[in-house]
Structure formats: structure tokens, C-alpha cells
Write a protein that binds this ligand. Structure first.
Ligand SMILES: O=P(O)(O)OC[C@@H](O)[C@@H](O)c1c[nH]c2ccccc12
Length: 258
């Protein structure tokens, strides 16, 4: 499965990076940063109405190259002007053509909270996310043990980072809730065959209590999709490809009815 390949590639990448900057050195750098007392990612998602997280994604394993031209700072500015609540920044290099440096570059361009979209497989990556200027990290339940999930959530909390905890079925939602997730994302894309089914997030909405933020992820393309998700009481949507391909982000969001 693609997720296994991503985990293997990410572990190798982090091992390489740790040879340049050790965990102890990274921790020391993070310790120099001012303490954070707020969680702007969650504040933004908790606003009334459906919040949109716009994603910066040059390529993906399911779609290949999405944007030949990728002026990510300009796209971030366009997202901000179009009124998105937060920006998801793919940093994974091998399959998504992401780059860690996109985060600080985008952070100095817009005021919006940034989600570091990567495959968090080690606490090292959580310290990195803080140092790079992210407000939130992604934790994928399917690739973490319960113990790791708890420890990662605690560390994120301690560093002033929110965590979007990604689940794809009721069992994973249970694990996310038991670990104390405050934001749960349900991926509509099946990572085994890349098929997309919006019903996944709609059906699973009921498994999550109202005081936990619920994000529907992937495959959102039309106003009908948005209307269905709104009717299901979803707090936020994560939209990548549809927004990446739109020449005018504001017009695209208007057409979607968000
Ligand atoms: O481009 P889409 O279909 O709108 O999807 C966005 C986002 O949900 C997707 O990129 C995603 C969801 N979960 C992930 C985990 C890692 C990398 C990427 C993702």
C-alpha cells in the first residue's frame, strides 16, 4: 500500500536529517522560541459556518503532477484573499514534491495558521514543524500506535501545535478520540485504491462528539459536495486539487458555495 511506502521513505528522510541536526540540537532550537499560548488553527476551524483549509500541493501519488507552475507564495496569498481559514502545506518531497522550506516561506507571506502536511512518524518531525512555523501537524492514526498517538498529541500540545488526527473508519475515530484528539479529519480517499467516497466523512460525522472539530478531507469538487457536507454538520473541509487547479481561488470558492 502507498501508505507503507510513504512511511518507509519518511523514516529514511528523517534519519538523514537527524544526522545533520540531532534531536537534542533541534530541541534546543525550539526551546529558544517564544512560548505559544493559543491554538489559531483550532480557533479558525471553530468559526461559525464551514471553514475551508486550502492545500498547497504540487503533485500527489494518485494524481501525479497537479501544478507544473507552482508559485506557492502567490497561491498562499490568493488563498488568504479568497477567505480560507487555514492553509495546508505539503512538505513531503518524494511523492508530493513538497519541501520543508515552503512552511517558513508561506508563514512570512500570510497571517493564516499553517498545517504541516506530512507523514509524522517521529517526534523529531513535531519539533521541526514548530521550528518551521506551522500551527498544526498531521497525525495519521493508521500509521501510529495508541502510545505514539498519545505521546505525539501531548508533545504537540506542549509546543503550541494543534493536531489534525486523520482517521478513515469508525475504529480509527475511536482510537483518535481515546487519545484525546481535538480535531479529527476523515479522509474520503481510500489509500488502498485511491477511490474517493464523500459518504465516508458524512457517515462518520456521527461518531465524533460536537465539541471535537470535524474535517472532511479529499475529493471535494462541486457545490453539491459542499452542500452534503454542510448538511451533515461538518466543521471544515480540506480541499487540494480543486483549488490548486482553479485559476481564480475566490471564484472557485464562490462556485462551491462556501
Ligand atoms: O486534493 P484533494 O483530493 O482535495 O485532497 C486534499 C487532501 O485531503 C489530501 O491531499 C490528503 C488527505 N490526507 C492526506 C495525507 C497526506 C497527504 C495528503 C493528504
Amino acid at each position: 500500500m502507498i501508505l507503507d511506502q510513504l512511511v518507509t521513505a519518511t523514516k529514511k528522510r528523517i534519519e538523514r536529517q537527524q544526522q545533520q541536526v540531532t534531536l537534542a540540537q533541534l530541541k534546543a532550537q525550539v526551546a529558544q522560541l517564544p512560548a505559544r499560548t493559543t491554538f489559531p488553527f483550532e480557533t479558525q476551524l471553530g468559526q461559525p459556518g464551514l471553514a475551508v483549509i486550502g492545500e498547497l500541493k504540487k503533485a500527489s501519488p494518485s494524481k501525479g503532477l497537479i501544478a507544473t507552475d507552482f508559485p506557492y507564495q502567490q497561491i498562499a496569498r490568493d488563498y488568504e484573499q479568497a477567505g480560507v481559514a487555514a492553509i495546508s502545506v505539503l512538505t513531503e518531497p518524494d511523492y508530493f514534491q513538497g519541501n520543508d522550506q515552503f512552511l517558513p516561506q508561506v508563514a512570512k507571506t500570510v497571517k493564516l495558521p499553517l498545517l504541516r502536511k506530512d507523514f509524522t512518524v517521529a517526534p523529531y518531525m513535531i519539533y521541526q514543524a514548530r521550528l518551521l512555523g506551522a500551527s498544526a501537524i498531521l497525525l495519521i492514526v493508521a500509521i501510529l500506535t495508541d502510545q505514539e498517538l498519545r505521546a505525539d498529541l501531548a508533545l504537540a500540545d506542549q509546543l503550541g501545535l494543534s493536531a489534525l488526527v486523520e482517521a478513515h473508519d469508525a475504529q480509527e475515530i475511536k482510537r483518535a478520540l481515546a487519545a484525546g484528539a481535538r480535531v479529527i479529519g476523515v479522509n474520503n480517499r481510500n489509500l488502498k485504491d485511491f477511490s474517493v467516497d464523500l459518504e465516508n466523512s458524512i457517515q462518520l460525522r456521527q461518531q465524533v462528539p460536537a465539541d471535537v472539530l470535524f474535517v472532511a478531507e479529499s475529493g471535494i469538487k462541486t457545490a453539491t459536495d459542499i452542500a452534503r457536507l454542510k448538511a451533515a454538520g461538518i466543521d471544515a473541509v480540506l480541499i487540494g486539487e480543486t483549488l490548486m487547479r482553479a485559476t481564480d481561488k475566490a471564484v472557485q470558492l464562490q462556485e462551491l458555495g462556501v
